[in-house]
Design a protein around this ligand. Structure first.
Ligand code: MIC
Ligand code: SF4
Length: 643
């Protein structure tokens, strides 16, 4: 029986476990990446593990999220990350060099290699045939130290692409179509593998748009084959030697098959407030807009920017619209500057932002009250833009640029012929904003620079024998990590300071949660389905940990967040019977006896609700490894115990 591409790469990297569907496998990690909003914590964790130099083939630290620097905190974090990287063997991409995923694709990604990154959109690397997975900072720290990364051997979904995209229809519309069909939880436990005739009509940046937003499906990762198109891309980056041809065997067996005719795709938008709330533009109809933001790791490649420039050429942004553009990397920005496209954008009235995440993570450009904002980004969760009642629509760069001119949601097909843009044979290569680490022999002379806002990783303790506590919060389905641990310009600067950032935990849902949880001392959070979807930020586990949360009981979890809870030593419980969701309420007194023993022996866990007398049966599926992590009180304790 043949293998899928996913299986080929996973098999070649499996170092622990049995290579069988549904089983946990440990894979060797060739490359890691971090960004600054998760990176400070990841490097503190790496230091705590105590391994002097990274053991990966390539580890890169990017600065791209917290670049507003509204106080000393971010600049201090940047210096900390830069110095820690230099000392321990990590390459350092300086602020201004671009968004981690865009730069990694351009300069470091290698087909067939494994990559984990402390950012959920790490699967961007799947655009060149990598197994690239988003993970919590602690998992990345362990991988930097040479440890395996553990995933459940995934189900593999084949997306068979046929035909060719019509003019003005984009890769963004393809992934929006996949989201429309599969939903934000449809990808949990799965890898999405794109194959078929249609693949070769898509460029690497287009493929990367699709794999990037596979994160919104909840998928473990997404991957394209590495073919002639990939070779050309790497060649243009002067990295042709990194190329190898990779694809699935003809007789590979998939768990699910989805057929997509690229020729039938039309321009679409994900409507507020979920990436799977997808409608065609004609379904949405005429809609006046207030803002357009173009950029983010999803749609900020040179190809995207050139399409935008062609649409803006000789035009003026509509008087009622603010248009901002953030090219994804210094390379992209530089090429736009040199080929004149940047001048076209400026001329049209675009507000040019630095090559960073910016508005995508609420770092500026929050829309006006109730403002309708079209964004080429990947997430439109409520409040993420920084404006609570902002209405965010996710669209392609083509739709965004056309609408910015017209002032209303515009189908770009109304613009006539689409200008052809050929990818350049050579990109401008200048890695002067990427610093090499020092030689190992010199590492003792590198001083790690710590600012006063950088506080140590919170202490965790071994799992309790039994728990008596209250329910400190009850939330509904599809809670995102942006609900649990909001980001944005005010809160992101606190990422290195868990006590301070914890004061904002869940405040978008209930502003009294932090104070209440602290007062309760120990507590349990109750959630619905797909709890913790979205980002990889381990702060969404560390802040509840700091506030005394012992367990989170839900209908189901998103993958990365569940792993982060386990890594933090918080018990992830699922209702054995979903109807029991109604049998726990805020403030109820809860008790779990013999907890440690039940976890150690894999028994079902029973919560007694002392307030209403109900018994609630909970499942807690743990592998031997994750069970030991929970018993030890988290991955850091476990790793230290293991020596
Ligand atoms: C995001 O897009 O939500 C982020 C900000 O990039 C996060 C990481 C973080 O919270 O720092 C992610 O996607 O993992
Ligand atoms: Fe940055 Fe947005 Fe991409 Fe997250 S999704 S890495 S915030 S650009």
């Amino acid at each position: 029986m043949g293998l899928t591409l996913t299986e080929k790469i996973l098999k070649a990297h499996t170092v622990d476990g049995v290579f069988e569907k549904g089983k946990e496998i440990g894979i060797r990690i060739d490359q890691t990446l971090t960004q600054d909003a998760t990176g400070t914590m990841a490097y503190l964790e790496f230091e705590a593990i105590g391994i002097p130099r990274v053991k990966t083939e390539r580890s890169v630290a990017y600065i791209d999220h917290n670049t507003l620097q509204s106080g000393f905190e971010n600049a201090d974090d940047h210096r900390f990350i830069g110095s820690v990287a230099k000392k321990h063997g990590i390459w350092f991409s300086r602020p201004g060099n671009g968004i981690c995923h865009q730069v990694h694709l351009e300069r470091f990604g290698i087909p067939g290699k494994t990559l984990i990154g402390s950012d959920s959109h790490t699967p961007t690397g799947g655009g060149i045939g990598m197994i690239a997975i988003g993970a919590g900072g602690l998992d990345v720290a362990v991988a930097m130290g040479g440890g395996a990364y553990y995933i459940t051997y995934p189900k593999i979904v084949k997306v068979n692409l046929t035909g060719k995209l019509n003019s003005w229809c984009a890769a963004k519309d393809v992934i929006l179509e996949v989201l429309r069909r599969m939903s934000v939880k449809g990808g949990v436990g799965k890898v999405i593998e794109y194959t078929g005739e249609g693949v070769k009509s898509l460029s690497v940046p287009e493929r990367a748009t699709i794999t990037n937003m596979g994160a919104e499906l909840g998928a473990t990762t997404s991957i394209f084959p590495s073919d002639e198109v990939t070779r050309q891309f790497l060649k243009a980056q002067k990295r042709e030697d990194a190329w190898t041809a990779l694809c699935a065997d003809d007789d590979a067996v998939y768990d699910e098959i989805i057929e997509i005719d690229l020729g039938a795709i039309e321009p679409m938008a994900a409507c507020p407030h979920m990436p799977d709330n997808v409608k065609t533009l004609s379904e949405i109809g005429d809609m006046k807009i207030d803002q357009v933001c173009i950029g983010s790791c999803t749609n900020s490649s040179l190809q995207d920017m050139m399409k935008v420039a062609h649409i803006l050429k000789g035009k003026t942004v509509h008087p009622d619209v603010s248009l901002s553009i953030a090219p994804g990397s210094k390379q992209v920005l530089n090429m736009l500057a040199q080929n004149g496209a940047l001048a076209v954008m400026i001329d049209a009235g675009a507000r040019i932002l630095e090559s960073a995440c910016g508005p995508c993570i609420g770092m500026g450009q929050s829309p006006n009250s109730k403002g309708i904002s079209l964004r080429t980004f990947n997430r439109n969760f409520e409040g993420r833009s920084g404006t609570k009642d902002g209405q965010i629509y996710l669209v392609s760069p083509e739709v965004a640029a056309a609408s910015a001119i017209q002032g209303v949601l515009t189908d770009p097909r109304s613009l006539g012929d689409m200008p052809e843009f050929k990818m350049p044979d050579e990109f401008i290569i200048n890695d002067n904003m990427i610093e090499k680490p020092c030689d190992e022999k010199d590492m003792d002379s590198v001083e790690v620079l710590r600012g006063p806002n950088i506080k140590p990783f919170p202490k965790t303790e071994p799992l309790w024998e039994s728990v008596e506590c209250k329910c400190s919060l009850k939330v509904e389905d599809n809670i995102t990590t942006d609900h649990i641990m909001p980001a944005g310009a005010k809160i992101l600067p606190l990422r290195s300071n868990i006590p301070a950032i914890s004061e904002h935990c869940f405040t978008v849902c209930d502003e009294n949660f932090p104070a209440r949880a602290k007062e309760m001392g120990a507590s349990i959070i109750v959630g619905g389905a797909n709890y913790g979807q979205g980002s990889s930020r381990e702060h969404a586990a560390l802040a509840p940990l700091y506030l005394g949360v012992k367990a989170v009981l839900t209908k189901s979890f998103a993958r990365i967040h569940r792993a982060n809870l386990i890594n933090a030593g918080i018990l992830p419980l699922e209702f054995a019977n979903e109807a029991d969701y109604d049998n726990i309420n805020l403030g109820d007194e809860l008790a779990i006896s013999d907890l440690r023993d039940a976890v150690a022996n894999g028994r079902q866990i029973v919560i007694t609700n002392k307030t209403n007398g109900k018994e609630i049966k909970c499942n807690c599926e743990l592998t031997e490894r994750t069970r030991d992590i929970i018993l030890a009180g988290g991955l850091l304790n476990y790793t230290k115990l293991k020596g």
